[in-house]
Design a protein around this ligand. Structure first.
Ligand code: LLP
Length: 386
């Protein structure tokens, strides 16, 4: 594992640990910002992926905005010092309280996901004598070619306004005196690896939808194409920085922009995924009937991705003393059969007390953790502090 500093000190600490390689984190954000600037794109970091204040501080300093999906995410982002005008707020089920809070806070725009929500935003704004900036999230009906739990832009998905409702949306907008129509929003899914093809398809669909609104008298100022850029879970060291330039240049080349229109994106995973490893101690190596289990002090309580999506995370034994390889099932301590981090994984001979690194856990890792079985949260260690 690259970027591991002061291992003696690190390995003497209690585990499990979310270990942040801050140098890689900064290089990743810098690469994204450079590619975004080169292509005239504004980034709103999708804070749901990881909300650690230390990383937010750096992103804020680089001028990023935030993509939120709950009132608490909006509130937290503002508390962390982000400019409310750079906050966008999506989500299929915003409560009245969340809508009013975000409206009063003066967020950049609501990414409105249904006709019903649009009507409620207008009502709440009118009742409070406020105006709300609204972008409409239209379901572009594009296949992200990713895990079925991570697609959001197909007809069957719950997200966004169905294309069939676009004419009705225009009708509602015409009668909404407290809504400023700011633009359109799309997000087709997460962990997209067929970058050029999938995002080209997104742009083809988005171009048609933008044209529809402009032809109906609603100029589209902001075009937000969502997040979704995948990371390489199999080769985190040789492919540590995701393909921001390919993603952004595809969007810029494929979107037919007229003067005055701005492109926005909402990356989460690609900015933070690779820079964190979950370090864990081996409690037991247990010989089962026909399997050998490596039992760790971390499991689905800290990292639920393998249990929830059968997600692959590379695992390394950082303290192995033998070169000999063995096949193991790597499991956690939780009383659930799904608490399995890896099946039939080849590792160097592993023993009680070894420290394993579960790689690429910066996105949707700690934010999705729980205290199930009354377990303590994993501690956080930054490379900068070692
Ligand atoms: N924008 C919207 C509206 C989203 O729903 C999401 C993610 C993003 C942006 C950021 O997408 P990203 O760049 O991270 O792909 N828990 C799953 C991923 C769920 C993604 C939810 N939405 C996982 O662990 O893989």
């Amino acid at each position: 594992m690259q970027g591991l500093l002061n291992t003696e000190r690190l390995f003497s600490m209690p585990t499990p640990i979310w270990y942040y390689d801050m140098s890689l984190f900064r290089r990743t954000v810098d690469a994204a910002v450079k590619a975004a600037e080169a292509n005239g794109i504004t980034i709103h970091y999708s804070i749901k992926a990881n909300s650690e204040p230390r990383i937010l501080e750096y992103m804020k300093g680089k001028g990023l905005g935030v993509d939120c999906v709950s009132g608490n995410e909006v509130k937290y982002s503002i508390e962390q010092g982000f400019d409310p005008a750079k906050i966008v707020f999506a989500g299929v089920g915003k409560s009245d309280e969340e809508i009013l809070y975000a409206m009063k806070a003066g967020i950049g725009s609501f990414n409105c996901e249904s006709l019903e929500e649009l009507v409620v935003i207008e009502e709440i704004a009118a009742a409070n004598d406020l105006r709300a900036n609204v972008s409409l999230r239209i379901n572009p009906e594009v296949d992200a070619k990713t895990h079925k739990f991570m697609t959001t832009g197909l007809e069957m998905d719950k997200f966004g306004i169905p294309k069939k409702d676009m004419a009705r949306v225009v009708e509602i907008l015409l009668h909404s005196s407290h809504v400023n129509f700011k633009g359109l929003h799309f997000h087709i899914g997460s962990q997209i690896t067929d970058v050029e093809n999938v995002f080209t398809n997104e742009c083809i669909s988005a171009n048609g939808i933008v044209a529809f609104f402009e032809e109906n008298g609603f100029p589209v100022e902001n075009i937000d194409l969502g997040g979704g850029l995948g990371i390489d879970y199999y080769n985190p060291d040789s492919h540590d920085i995701p393909e921001f330039e390919l993603w952004f240049s595809t969007l810029r080349e494929r979107m037919k922009l007229r003067p005055g229109q701005k492109l926005h994106v909402e990356p989460g995973r690609s900015l933070v995924g690779q820079c964190v490893s979950l370090l864990s101690r081996v409690i037991f190596v247990k010989e089962g009937e026909n399997k050998t289990f490596v039992i760790l002090d971390t499991g689905m309580n800290d990292l639920i991705r393998p249990a929830l999506y059968h997600a692959y995370h590379k695992i390394e034994n950082l303290t192995a003393s033998s070169e000999r390889l063995m096949v193991y099932d790597v499991v956690g301590p939780i009383c659930e059969s799904a608490d399995v981090l890896a099946v039939d994984r080849v590792l160097p001979v592993t023993k009680r007390g070894d420290i394993l690194a579960i790689r690429s856990t910066g996105a949707y890792g700690s934010v999705m953790s729980s205290s199930y079985n009354m377990r303590n949260p994993a501690r956080v260690v930054f490379s900068d502090d070692l």
